[in-house]
Write a new protein. Structure first.
Length: 290
């Protein structure tokens, strides 16, 4: 057979030359029009389902959270493999679809399946949520933020509210995860002695705190042909205003404020769940995923 091919090629040199030129032109055309990606997506269409289960051990998370979700998505259209990971207070389920499956259709299928599971999960378990549409091999870069004078709390705030939104607005960026630093939070440190002195219980404080710092709508007021929207502007980030929040009224009619029974301040969130460093210095890290 090989001898026949060689004999045909020698006897039909012009035909072979034309075929070679056509193959060369086709190769050049394909090379010029082939998509080029520095980080090509080499994994099958995958949807990630994440669920928080606060206070649960890994065994309970697997039995009460992960297994019901796996059961719901198994057998769905075009699903070829389901993998999961159960940790303390957290469940991750990876659903892989057949090659060529539209990722948006896959996410829609998973959303419909987990919507039916949510009602059967324990009360202290959060709603299952879909992870961002990102590739397993899509980690682009890790950005480290360090400072000599700026506190780690301010650095984390800058990363969360300034840098991260701008990175997410960049085309092709699917997720930006922030790690390290001190997360800013408003803290109310109760003083048991002052609470006893003013006759305030912890339940009363919790009830008052839940209802504070929220704007309220008072409807609409019509007067002399004009329409006025009535609002109660109570939301604030001023620590001095928060201290003036009324917990209850004393027997003699005087208001008892948070400042009278506690220390209200801004501080780092506790407990600290993770630390990050860059070149041996405390830092805030941003992981950019495409």
């Amino acid at each position: 057979m090989l001898n026949g091919i060689i004999r045909f090629s020698l006897n039909n040199r012009m035909v072979i030359l034309v075929i070679a030129v056509l193959c060369l032109v086709a190769g050049i055309y394909s090379t010029m029009h082939t998509e080029v990606d520095v980080f090509p997506d080499l994994n099958a269409p995958t949807v990630v389902v994440m669920t928080e289960a606060e206070g649960m051990a890994p065994e309970e998370v697997e039995r009460l959270v992960t297994f019901p979700i796996e059961t719901a998505v198994n057998g769905a259209t075009n699903v070829r493999r389901v993998r999961s990971s159960s940790a303390t207070g957290f469940s991750i389920v990876n659903i892989e679809f057949d090659w060529g499956t539209d990722i948006y259709k896959a996410r829609q299928i998973v959303s419909e399946k987990i919507a039916m599971v949510g009602a059967d999960l324990p009360e202290n378990v959060g709603n299952p949520t879909l992870g961002p549409q990102a590739s397993i091999l899509g980690e682009l870069m890790i950005i480290g933020l360090t400072a000599d004078t700026t506190s780690m709390q301010d650095l984390r705030t800058i990363a969360d509210w300034t840098i991260r939104p701008r990175l997410l607005s960049t085309g092709g960026v699917a997720q930006v995860a922030v790690m390290g630093g001190d997360i800013k939070e408003y803290q109310i440190l109760m003083d048991p002695g002052k609470m006893r002195r003013h006759g305030v219980s912890m339940d009363e404080v919790i009830y008052a705190v839940k209802g504070m710092n929220q704007n309220a709508s008072g409807g609409t007021l019509y007067e002399y042909g004009n329409e006025y929207i009535v609002r109660g502007l109570l939301s604030t980030n001023d620590i001095d205003e928060l201290k003036k929040a009324v917990v209850k009224t004393s027997d003699n009619g005087l208001p008892i404020t948070l400042d009278a029974i506690s220390d209200v301040r801004i501080g780092p969130k506790t407990p600290v769940l993770g630390l990050a460093s860059n070149d041996g210095k405390p830092a805030v890290l941003l992981t950019v995923t495409k």
